[in-house]
Design a protein around this ligand. Structure first.
Ligand code: GLV
Ligand code: MN
Ligand code: MN
Length: 427
């Protein structure tokens, strides 16, 4: 199987890679604003992206539909109808001011692989399903993995009451999108319907580039805890309240944020902590801020390390709040445990990588992925594709067409040689 051809003008034609790059660019144009990419869950541009992906799925020979939470689902039957599936996927929502590749690469590559099988009239002894998950990033409703949780049957109904920054609840946003919030359960799949879940994704880090490798085999997806903190002091006149008598919630938050950075920076074992969003009220130049809320995202290579760190960080910010006479409220908004990739499936990914002529290199994922939810109904594996400079969650995110092609060839080879887990197989 060779997907690279030399065109008459001598240029290398990357049959899958060129198609993937073209589609990444088309999807990347669907955004809330032309000057930056943001495709947030349940917005009109999110719907437009879903419709485009549905059309690509149908062109690839799949039956396709939007499920009860807005996931885009395509199914390519096996050599007889109704067989369990190998599920492939990633997400089509983005962060704000995003790159084009985080999420869409996995969906688009999987569709290109199915299209290739379809073109050759090839059916396999299992079905293939491709899912574009509606929400992985959790930008809008302070809870991540909403699409894959719905598929895994672990969606938590209380999230429906959560509000976005404009005060719109998820329930209201679903209705505006054309979905019924009372029927999210219909998106859930039974474990027996899936043979495995495999996700191809950009690495989002610099390791493959440093190793000079286009693809990598993921060992595990690191867990994460997200928290929301709020500090309440006393708003007041910027000109009249002496410094010693202030209870300024924003300077309190600033001290907390620096303490979180310091705590993580001095951890010797890979702890990372991010305050990615902050709101100060009432938000006027001449008013002492009386109320501040901010988010925290804490990750570590092991769950026990992360849990210890979260407890230590909360203790530290409690101390800062107390010393400044501020009321503190901290809530855990999301917690994902570390998810190991299944050894039997990872071995098949490694075989596909080697068969395509690449060195097999294993690496963990520091970023979160839909596999963190899919683990509840299927064994999970991931293929990473090199990205330029390790840059992600940034508009400069970039993958070379040749690397997109390499990833597609590995995924196609994995699909064509996929063997479901045997009962006695370890892992
Ligand atoms: C998702 O991209 C995450 O790791 O936060
Ligand atoms: Mn992301
Ligand atoms: Mn992603």
């Amino acid at each position: 199987m060779s997907m690279t051809m030399v065109a008459s003008d001598g240029a290398r034609q990357l049959l899958l890679g060129d198609e993937i790059v073209g589609r990444i660019n088309r999807l990347g144009d669907i955004s809330e604003a032309p000057e930056h990419l943001a495709r947030i869950f349940l917005t009109p541009e999110h719907r437009a992206a879903a419709d485009l992906i549905l059309s690509w799925m149908r062109d690839a020979g799949m039956a396709a539909h939007l499920d009860a939470i807005g996931n885009v689902c395509g199914r390519y039957e096996g050599n007889r109808p109704g067989l369990p599936c190998l599920m492939l996927g990633s997400h089509y929502d983005t962060v704000r001011d995003a790159g084009k590749w985080d999420g869409p690469l996995g969906i688009i590559t999987a569709i290109s692989c199915v299209a290739d099988l379809h073109k050759r009239g090839k059916r396999l002894p299992f079905a293939i399903e491709v899912v574009g998950f509606a929400d992985e990033e959790g930008v809008r409703f302070a809870s991540t993995l909403l699409g894959s949780r719905a598929v895994a049957g672990t969606f938590v109904e209380s999230v429906l009451g959560g509000k976005d920054r404009a005060g719109i609840t998820m329930r209201e946003a679903m209705i505006a999108f054309g979905l019924d919030p009372d029927h999210i359960g219909a998106a859930a799949r039974a474990p027996g319907e899936l043979l495995a879940y495999v996700e191809l994704h950009i690495e989002q880090g610099p390791v493959l580039e440093a190793k000079n490798l286009p693809v990598g085999v993921v060992t595990a997806i690191a867990g994460a805890t997200r928290l929301a903190a709020s500090l309440t002091g006393m708003a007041g006149h910027a000109g009249t309240v002496p410094m010693a008598l202030r209870r300024d919630a924003l300077t309190g938050a600033a001290e907390c944020i620096v303490a979180i950075e310091e705590f993580c920076r001095t951890d010797p074992d890979g702890l990372v902590g991010t305050v990615g969003h902050i709101d100060a009220m009432p938000g006027a130049t001449n008013v002492i801020p009386g109320h501040v809320s901010f988010t925290m995202d804490i990750r570590a290579p092991t769950d026990s390390h992360r849990r210890r760190a979260v407890a230590d960080i909360v203790r530290r910010i409690e101390g800062i709040a107390k010393a400044r006479a501020l009321a503190l409220q901290v809530d855990v908004t999301h917690e994902n445990r570390t998810v190991p990739c299944a050894p039997w499936l990872k071995a098949q990914v490694a075989e596909a990588v080697a068969a395509e002529g690449f060195a097999v290199f294993e690496l963990p994922s520091g970023a979160g992925h839909d596999g963190m939810a899919m683990i509840d109904i299927a064994d999970v594996a991931m293929i990473f594709v090199r990205c330029r400079g390790g840059i992600s969650h940034h508009p400069d995110e970039h993958v070379e067409a040749a690397d997109a092609d390499a990833g597609a060839r590995v995924l196609l080879r994995l699909i064509e040689n996929f063997r479901p887990r045997e009962k006695a197989e370890p892992g």
